[in-house]
Design a protein around this ligand. Structure first.
Ligand code: DGT
Ligand code: CA
Ligand code: CA
Length: 574
């Protein structure tokens, strides 16, 4: 395998970084850095130039010594110079330097001021907020570092779906523009709308002669090519996300899509079913004896097994195959079913827009009603409302409702649930409202017993309507608090209040499994944007994926109701 210019440039960059950390001569450091840039910018592969007998010292920034090093790297794929330098550097420094956003200066500062020498230490310091305090770092840098470290560790972190989506959409569009490409689909956990993805799996078919695999590995955002062949290639994108691409024949596209969408558990169950029917299922098709009986479309694969199509979001082997056999698959909720939103914030607390601006943004997004649910006084960081400010907001909502057409504002509040389970505003302040959304914003470390009792006490308060983000988790940042969620769900069923599926990308809380449990207990879900800005209503679109993973149908989600029905429901509950 030829050594690419980008790899040689990376070796030189690392040499420069290690030299700098060791306090070496700045001229030598600069020489390596210039060489790295010169090699990286070169239009032709060095391997090719060298094979042609070109004198490498004619390249800008490359002297005799560097030319010799390049030739050695081309021959062996490695740099002896770098190997020696790594040996002399503290373990872990190379890994730190490889974190996007961390140059030698920052690595030195982290080592000197916080004693950070390994990725693990870096991760811990970033998570506990120590890095932002260093001069020249700041909260944004800390967050970038935290994400980059996570992306680098093999076991995980799985990227939140919304973040992966930014990479996925751009890459799909790029591949679709490639000459000769016929079909391109995202498979894997992304297609199943899992809340986080480990990597992206893309499937495509193309005319013979299409250079699509090469075009894929040359995509701008590719940082490293792990492997490339005629039928599959894997790359790492800048930022650390891995992408696997597979090229398949058009007549087995459906079978391959079924196979690579997974999940593994679903596939195993489906294959077992095929065997029971005397069929063989693999990524090329469904076969009876040696004859292919299905494979061009995914629907044909399921049909050959006697099944209706099963939505990708359900494919987790959580009962979907039995439901499909019994003709009892849910008719999953779709984005178009959503009529309104029961959780949003204005400038009165930590939102960005005025009441009127937010109302117009919601209308523009296609909603027919919107509950305004600003924070309460206990949440001082968000300038939470007291009873008097809340009452004034109510009057303003009345005025706006008289003025606006096509959208109705509901009077609501996101009231803090205090540690003992009481609500942060007195009953008298809550009574005039349409919607009372209760939320935990502190006291995450209570015992499971105390936390459960706290939530149940809150749900049983007069006027309580919705329990917001019930588990409190933030993807990749904060675990759910200890709580007996099954009991909370049963209690919500008994009390007749709603549970929220908060659709903020880092929350997606309730999760899929608990949504399904809530449905089975007859608890309605409020699919909420928790909008703080106009573009946040888009969260609703993504939240639909999680709702579908939780087997929810339109009727299971309270804000698919027209306003009149919603009001009737609220009256009955209170
Ligand atoms: P991820 O990437 O961890 O978020 O999860 P997936 O589901 O995307 O998993 P991935 O990328 O390892 O593989 C994509 C799909 O390919 C997976 O859902 C099912 C299929 N697949 C991959 N490896 C195997 C395997 O060893 N056996 C079976 N039955 N299916 C596999
Ligand atoms: Ca995957
Ligand atoms: Ca994969």
């Amino acid at each position: 395998m030829p050594v690419h210019n980008a790899e040689i440039a990376a070796l030189f960059e690392e040499i420069a970084g290690l030299l700098e950390i060791q306090g070496e001569n700045p001229f030598r450091i600069r020489a390596y850095r210039n060489a790295a840039r010169s090699v990286g910018d070169l239009g032709t592969e060095l391997a090719e130039l060298h094979a042609r007998g070109t004198d490498l010292t004619r390249l800008p920034g490359i002297g005799k010594d560097l030319a010799a090093q390049i030739e050695a790297i081309l021959a062996s794929g490695a740099s002896t110079k770098l190997r020696a330098l790594r040996k002399r550097s503290p373990a872990g420094v190379t890994a730190l330097l490889a974190v996007p956003g961390l140059g030698p200066k920052r690595v030195k500062a982290l080592a000197g001021q916080l004693g950070i020498h390994t990725l693990k230490q870096l991760e811990r310091a970033a998570a506990s907020g120590k890095i932002r305090a260093l001069p020249g770092f700041g909260a944004k840098t800390e967050e970038r570092i935290r994400l980059a470290v996570q992306a680098r560790q093999g076991e995980g972190p799985r990227l939140p779906l919304a973040s992966a989506d930014q990479y996925a959409q751009a890459l799909l569009a790029y591949l679709r523009q490639t000459p000769g490409v016929q079909q391109v689909e995202m498979a894997g956990s992304y297609r199943r709308a899992k809340e986080t993805v480990g990597d992206l799996d893309i499937l495509l078919s193309a005319e013979s002669g299409s250079e699509v695999m090469t075009r894929f590995t040359r995509y701008d955002e590719v940082q490293k090519v792990l492997s490339q062949g005629p039928a599959r290639a894997s790359v790492i994108l800048r930022g650390g996300l891995q992408v696997d691409l597979r090229r398949v024949a058009a007549n087995s596209f459906g079978a391959a899509l079924q196979y690579f969408t997974g999940s593994k558990a679903h596939n195993i169950a489906v294959r077992r079913l095929a065997r029971q029917r005397g069929l063989k299922l693999n990524e090329y098709g469904v076969f009876k004896g040696g004859r292919r009986v299905a494979g061009e479309t995914e629907a044909s694969v399921y049909r050959a097994l006697g099944l209706p199509p099963i939505a990708p979001e359900l494919r987790e082997n959580r009962g979907e195959i039995a439901a499909a056999q019994a003709g009892r698959l849910p008719r999953l909720i779709e984005f178009e079913d959503i009529k309104g939103d029961l959780h949003s914030h204005t400038r009165a607390t930590d939102g960005r827009l005025s009441l009127k601006e937010l109302a117009l943004a919601a209308k523009q997004f296609g909603l027919r009603y919107l509950a305004i649910t600003d924070h309460t006084r206990h949440l001082t960081v968000a300038k939470g409302l007291d009873a008097a400010r809340l009452a004034r907001q109510g009057e303003e909502i009345d005025r706006l409702n008289a003025e606006l057409t096509g959208i109705t504002l509901l009077k609501g509040i996101e009231v803090d649930i205090l540690e003992d389970g009481r609500l942060d505003l007195p009953d008298a302040a809550l009574a005039p409202l349409d919607i009372i959304v209760g939320a935990v914003h502190g006291g995450f470390n209570l015992s499971a017993k105390k936390q459960t009792e706290r939530l149940i006490r809150a749900m049983n308060a007069a006027h309580f309507t919705v329990l917001a983000h019930p588990s409190g988790r933030l993807l990749g940042r904060r675990e759910a608090y200890q709580v007996d969620m099954e009991r909370v769900i049963r209690e919500a069923g008994r009390r007749g209040c709603f549970l929220e599926l908060n659709a903020q990308p880092q929350r997606l809380d309730l999760n899929d499994v608990y949504c399904k449990l809530a449905k089975s207990e007859g608890v309605l879900i409020s699919l909420a944007s928790d909008a703080h800005r106009a573009q946040d209503f888009e969260h609703l679109r993504r939240g639909i994926g999680q709702a579908r993973r939780g087997w929810l149908e339109a009727d299971d989600v309270v804000n698919t109701r027209p306003l009149r029905q919603l009001r009737a429901l609220l009256r009955r509950m209170r």
